[in-house]
Design a protein around this ligand. Structure first.
Ligand SMILES: [Zn+2]
Length: 473
């Protein structure tokens, strides 16, 4: 048992889903030729004037509201001054005095318990460019310079590496649900730095922290923090002190490496950007954006359990992906049976998407299709094996299950006389199995049921087949 309590705060950068940059009309698309998406504004030419992208402000406001922040009547931009080659203006336009949101909270499920992680603030800022280091030179690509970001800063409320990872995953889900960002860690549209410190259990003041950077996946966030906790624990146990510094997570070696010491806080000499006025956020606008927020993942998960009686596992699986939830909600709008819909989605639909390496959103299936399939099953119109076939065809072609069943004559055979005729055929063809069943070998019954189902091309009602076979034996 450790003698220390771990204290973690996260700084999460989220690239906003806009067509153009924060203060100019350059495209934000990923993967273009270096410096193709630049202009005098984002290159920092003297005299070029920034114009704020309204869409970016609205997305930031939506995120701040989803994180339950207090929104100020006026938000404004400040210059954060520093010199580095990835920033052509020698300052970054960010928010310091009047960020777009403060004092928010995220409810996070850690297994069966839910905790409130406080959000210190959400602010809008522009991204920097990218430096590409080669053996004898470094290159600058400014395509990313000026891309709109929000930085979400938590209070130091997280207590373990695992919780930090779980928090980040659920924060990303909220961001995705709100359509604020595509949240791809591997493409850098979601980035996370962590401040980690330890203190003796029971202490109320914070210990000396280190900041960890370069964690490019959820796994890296957990690994980086866990390593740092172990490193600091060892230092304190030896009676040494933790030095305040910025450290880099090295994925290959699975260690953190010191980058720079932070004994004195850097002075960025923030001041209000004289080229940009304040932005008034009226109560009417705030209400409008808040009312348009979608139901958030945790609330949705709890509702699935309560309203539809789904298991915790099913509810969590369904809400883990926006596309899956969308299909589920669409199907439920057609008054389908929740458990059947959940089974179809989490079973065959997910398996198909995985096998074909196709994101769910690209498949031609709709919630209405799933509802039709569930109804066909519930009414006994089709059997389970036929439902699988029909679903596969819908997934491939986008044809509605009702149409597939009608045009291919797949309706389940409910007529006992018709099934009994098949039973007779099978009994005559497999005398040995019949004898086995009569001598008490029950697994032979399963074989005979299978034979009847096959003879009916999967269309016979399996329950009826079972019943009729038993009667005859
Ligand atoms: Zn530009």
């Amino acid at each position: 048992m450790s003698r220390y309590e771990t204290v973690i705060g996260l700084e999460v950068h989220v690239e906003l889903k806009t067509q153009t940059k924060l203060f100019c009309r350059c495209a934000t698309s990923f993967g273009a030729q270096p410096n193709a998406h630049t202009c005098p504004v984002c290159l920092g030419h003297p005299g070029a004037l920034p114009v704020t992208n309204e869409q970016a402000v609205l997305l930031a406001l939506r995120a701040a509201l989803a994180l339950q922040c207090t929104i100020p009547p006026v938000t404004s931009f400040d210059r954060k001054n520093y010199f580095y080659p990835d920033s052509p203006k020698a300052y970054q336009i960010s928010q310091f005095a009047h960020p777009i949101g403060r004092n928010g909270v995220v409810e996070v499920a850690f297994g069966r318990t839910t905790e409130r992680i406080r959000i210190h603030q959400v602010h809008l800022e522009e991204d920097a460019g990218k430096l590409i280091h080669e053996p004898y030179r470094s290159l600058v690509d400014l395509n990313r310079a000026g891309t709109p970001l929000i930085e979400i800063v938590t209070e130091p409320d997280l207590r373990s590496a695992e919780h930090a990872k779980m928090f980040l995953e659920q924060l990303r889900d909220i961001i995705l649900y709100c359509g604020v960002s595509d949240g791809k860690m591997e493409e850098g549209s979601l980035r996370c730095d962590a401040n980690v410190s330890l203190r003796p259990i029971g202490a109320t003041t914070l210990g000396t922290k280190t900041e960890i950077k370069n964690m490019n996946s959820f796994r890296a966030v957990q690994g980086g923090i866990a390593y740092e906790v172990a490193r600091q624990t060892a230092l304190l146990d030896r009676g040494e002190r933790v030095v305040q510094q910025t450290r880099r997570w090295d994925e290959a070696q699975s260690i953190t490496i010191a980058m720079r010491s932070k004994e004195q806080a850097q002075d960025y000499r923030y001041f209000a950007d004289p080229d940009l006025g304040g932005i008034a956020l009226s109560d009417q606008l705030i209400t409008q954006v808040r009312d348009a927020l979608p139901e958030l993942p945790l609330a949705k998960r709890q509702r699935y359990e309560q309203q539809y009686g789904l298991s915790e596992y099913d509810a969590a699986s369904l809400t883990a992906h926006v596309a899956l939830t969308k299909l589920f909600d669409e199907a439920m709008a057609h008054a389908a049976d929740a458990k059947t819909v959940a089974n179809v989605l989490l079973g065959d639909v997910c398996a198909y998407a995985n096998a074909h390496d196709a994101p769910l959103s690209t498949l031609p299936i709709t919630g209405a299709h799933i509802a039709q399939l569930a109804a066909l099953l519930a009414q006994g119109t089709i059997s389970q094996p036929i439902a699988k076939k029909v679903l596969k065809q819908t997934l491939q072609t986008g044809e509605a299950p009702n149409d597939i069943v009608a045009t291919q004559g797949l309706t389940q055979i409910q007529d006992s006389d018709a099934i009994d005729a098949l039973v007779t055929q099978v009994i005559t063809a497999h005398p040995q199995s019949v004898a086995d069943v009569r001598s008490g070998k029950t697994q032979a019954l399963g074989f005979l049921v299978g034979q009847v189902m096959r003879a009916s091309q999967g269309k016979a009602n399996p329950a009826l087949v079972n019943e009729l076979l038993k009667k005859r034996l």
